[in-house]
Design a protein around this ligand. Structure first.
Ligand SMILES: Cc1cc2nc3c(=O)[nH]c(=O)nc-3n(C[C@H](O)[C@H](O)[C@H](O)COP(=O)(O)OP(=O)(O)OC[C@H]3O[C@@H](n4cnc5c(N)ncnc54)[C@H](O)[C@@H]3O)c2cc1C
Ligand code: FES
Length: 273
């Protein structure tokens, strides 16, 4: 029980800016234990004397000895973490929450749809699947962000694009004045370019709130069953463990019954999407 409430000391072992607002951190727990997360789960990160913030684990559980976080600077806690460098101490509680269906999807096709910073939790599952590639059938990854400067993990995106056993498509809303030669348009414009076998396909969607309605519609139009569609929902969380009620969606505690939900389980929750 204590571990639910008491942050464990952890050390930032690597820190590197990724975009103007996102920074990558590699974290090691000082005790030496593995975090033991499943793809899609989050941790509560504390900056002592400032506060805590829920942050998705971005690395696959197949990465051992440390785990990855990507943090967007938006306020008090995230602002302070952005000033930290390798060697700094933070607190970690967790992992918490539900996870992506990494077991149920074995032998099936998976369609990942990640928008913007949604790539951060999706990457944990994508890399898990790629590290256990023979366990899964067809893998398709669609990634979209507002402009080329907001692309995350650019080295990994290039590797995914080069692989024969992954269909990787990406797009940007606006190319700006960069040398972008790829697709332009919102992420749903990638759907006509892919072929899927709906009954055998699981769709994992992570992105900004506006994206869900439109992407779910595309998935349903492609006849992917509702119970094969998974979404990860963000709510303002505080405790992360079902005590404070901050994260409720129509009475459902997003920190415990989520953040990963099966779409067929939330269609009755008016405030979910
Ligand atoms: C499950 C989960 C996973 C997440 N994963 C990531 C991740 O991987 N990377 C990442 O960067 N972020 C992630 N987030 C979002 C992250 O938790 C928030 O950005 C963070 O908590 C902000 O903390 P802060 O102290 O820096 O900001 P704050 O100082 O709390 O302020 C942030 C902004 O929100 C506003 N705000 C503050 N309190 C409230 C409130 N009660 N209601 C409405 N608005 C408010 C502020 O005015 C400000 O604009 C995740 C959130 C959840 C729930
Ligand atoms: S964050 Fe406190 S109950 Fe969910």
């Amino acid at each position: 029980m204590e571990s639910l409430y008491r942050p464990e000391l952890a050390t930032i072992t690597k820190a590197a800016p990724m975009t103007a607002t996102e920074k990558y951190f590699e974290i090691k727990l000082n005790s030496g234990r593995e975090l033991g997360h499943k793809p899609g789960q989050f941790v509560e990160v504390s900056v002592f004397g400032v506060g805590e913030a829920p942050i998705s684990v971005s690395s696959s559980p197949t990465k051992k000895g440390a785990f990855d976080l990507v943090i967007r600077k938006v306020g008090n806690v995230t602002g302070k973490i952005h000033n930290m460098t390798a060697g700094s101490t933070i607190g970690i509680r967790g992992p918490f929450g539900t996870h992506f269906p990494f077991d149920e999807t074995k032998g099936k096709d998976i369609l990942f749809v990640a928008g913007g910073i949604g790539l951060v939790p999706a990457r944990s599952f994508i890399n898990y699947v790629l590290d256990n590639r023979k366990d899964y059938n067809r893998v398709t990854v669609l990634f979209g962000c507002r402009n080329p400067n907001e692309r995350l993990f650019t080295d990994e995106l290039s590797l995914w694009a080069k692989r024969d056993d992954v269909e990787f498509l990406e797009t940007v809303d606006k190319p700006l004045d960069t040398n972008w030669k790829g697709n332009c348009g919102v992420i749903t414009t990638l759907f006509p370019k892919i072929k899927i076998e709906p009954a055998n396909t699981f769709c994992v969607i992570v992105g900004p709130p506006i994206m869900y309605r439109f992407v779910i519609k595309e998935a349903l139009d492609k006849h992917i069953p509702r119970h094969h569609i998974y979404v990860s929902l963000e709510r303002r969380m505080k405790c992360g463990v079902g005590k404070c009620g901050h994260c409720q969606i129509n009475g459902v505690y997003c920190c415990q019954e989520g953040p990963v939900f099966k779409y067929s389980d939330i269609t009755h929750l008016e405030e979910a999407l």
